[in-house]
Design a binder for this molecule. Structure first.
Ligand code: MN
Ligand code: MN
Length: 457
């Protein structure tokens, strides 16, 4: 099924379904520009479909639907099957954090009459891409008394936006001789936040104006920024791309394209024998670390809670459940870009419009850091997907020795379960605006549905 272009395959009814899923996907991207916003949007959609909070549930029966959110930044959805949990689950996983500029804990300063927020970038970025684009600020500020403000500035048409400045080309001859990695230094990715001095203030009057504004509007003091998580992200909504509207251009598609399609498949699934799970985690872009990253015990603990509620819990049953599970660990794959063809190996590259992508392995320079899925598992998936006529392709992230990347797959594989990397091809990965094919988004959603329904290996 590899060589087919999806646009030539779809009939009218499928094109309607495709547009519906992609419209909902764009709305999801607009609602979730941070991991916290994604979690609250996922809870909203899950509750609308009858999901309840795992941590307040009393018992669990087959057919019950629950979610377990952790620190508002990671979330697992479960749909209890008729089989005992010790038989394992079908798991869809992805990440909901994306590269961006995080405000430092003491961010505000003034230089020559201009006020700035100092940042530390999050995830791997080409720093030169993040200057002169309109930015919005999203996040939370928690006061010492525990009360908090949720912030989102820059998304409404009447909102102001922010930006990192760049040197005018007229004076750039020296700058342009630098290596691209040094053209813009990380410490210079500071956000211009104001330029209007506060009357009567003698020192740093522009910064004082900013402090006054946030004090008046949000009742936030300068010290409160110490306990804040504020993220500068590209401002604006997800858009259709191309005169034929065949693509989507948006911030944060790595990896919200896989998070959305996994969640949507989970919410649309009917009851199955096997328990279904959708795990959407934070911190993938910085190594899956922290209490809300995939390396956290949060997921394992949530499964233990689940087994406790249906009376199945024992240490051994938990281990059996995890080791007998099957997972699609989904993340974006590098879409083949003809402009940079020399970085790809065409026989093993992911093409836009050619369907769901499987990466049997990821990693770099000799598969280092990879989860290399079993041939038996890949064969099993081929069988399931072919049965449901899902179009897929196999790929690897670029040519051997050119680079590579990692995902959360290897972490779940530690339990001994079958895990494979899958997902959607994307152009401009990690840039402020990334592009995907609508057809791939839809076909990947279909692939997740087929997987979730499929029998165990
Ligand atoms: Mn990713
Ligand atoms: Mn990434």
């Amino acid at each position: 099924m590899k060589e087919e272009n999806l646009w030539l395959k779809y009939e009218a009814d499928e094109l309607d379904a495709l547009e519906k899923v992609c419209g909902d996907y764009r709305a999801f991207l607009d609602a979730g520009k941070t991991e916290r916003e994604c979690v609250s949007e996922i809870i909203r959609q899950a509750e609308a479909k009858g999901y309840q909070n795992l941590y307040t549930a009393q018992t669990l029966q087959p057919g019950d639907k629950v979610y377990a959110a952790w620190m508002e930044k990671s979330i697992a959805l479960f749909r209890v099957g008729t089989e005992p949990l010790e038989q394992g689950m079908n798991i869809l996983g992805a990440h909901i954090d994306s590269p961006r500029l995080d405000l430092k804990q003491n961010p505000l300063y003034e230089e020559s009459g201009l006020a700035y927020f100092d940042t530390h970038y999050y995830g791997g970025i080409k720093k030169y891409q993040w200057v002169t684009v309109p930015l919005a600020i999203h996040g939370v500020v928690v006061r010492k008394d525990g009360t908090r403000e949720t912030i989102s500035i820059g998304e409404q048409e009447t909102d102001p936006v922010f930006a990192v400045t760049d040197l005018l080309v007229h004076l750039s001859s020296k700058q342009l001789e630098k290596k691209a990695s040094a053209v813009v230094e990380g410490e210079n990715l500071d956000i211009l936040i104001g330029s209007r001095p506060l009357k009567g203030e003698e020192k740093d009057a522009a910064a004082a104006q900013i402090l006054k504004l946030i004090r008046d509007k949000y009742h936030i003091e300068k010290e409160d920024l110490m306990s804040a998580e504020l993220e500068a992200v590209p401002a604006g909504k997800a858009r259709e791309c191309g005169l034929d509207r065949s693509m989507i251009m948006a911030y944060g598609q790595d990896d919200r394209v896989c998070a959305f399609t996994s969640m949507r498949a989970m919410l649309d699934m009917k009851q199955t024998d096997r328990t279904l799970c959708c795990i959407l985690v934070d911190k993938e872009e910085i190594g899956s670390v922290g209490a809300t990253g995939m390396q956290s015990r949060f997921f394992e603990n949530a499964v233990a809670e689940l087994m406790n509620l249906n009376g199945e819990y024992s240490e051994l049953n938990l281990r059996r459940c995890l080791s007998r599970s099957c997972m699609l660990s989904s993340d974006v794959s590098a879409g083949f870009d003809p402009t940079f063809a020399s970085c790809f190996e065409k026989k093993n590259a992911a093409f836009m419009g050619k369907g769901m992508v499987f990466n049997k392995f990821t990693g770099s320079r000799g598969k280092s850091g990879s989860n290399d899925a079993n041939a038996e598992y890949m064969a099993h998936l081929r069988r399931i997907l072919d049965e449901k006529k899902v179009v897929y392709q196999t790929a690897e992230l670029g040519k051997v020795d050119v680079g590579g990347g990692g995902t959360i797959a290897y972490i779940l594989a530690l339990y001994g379960m079958n895990v494979i990397d899958s997902g959607v091809a994307v152009l401009n990965m990690h840039a402020p605006w990334e592009a995907t094919s609508k057809a791939d988004v839809y076909e990947t959603y279909r692939g997740y549905m087929a997987f979730a329904e499929g029998a165990a290996l």
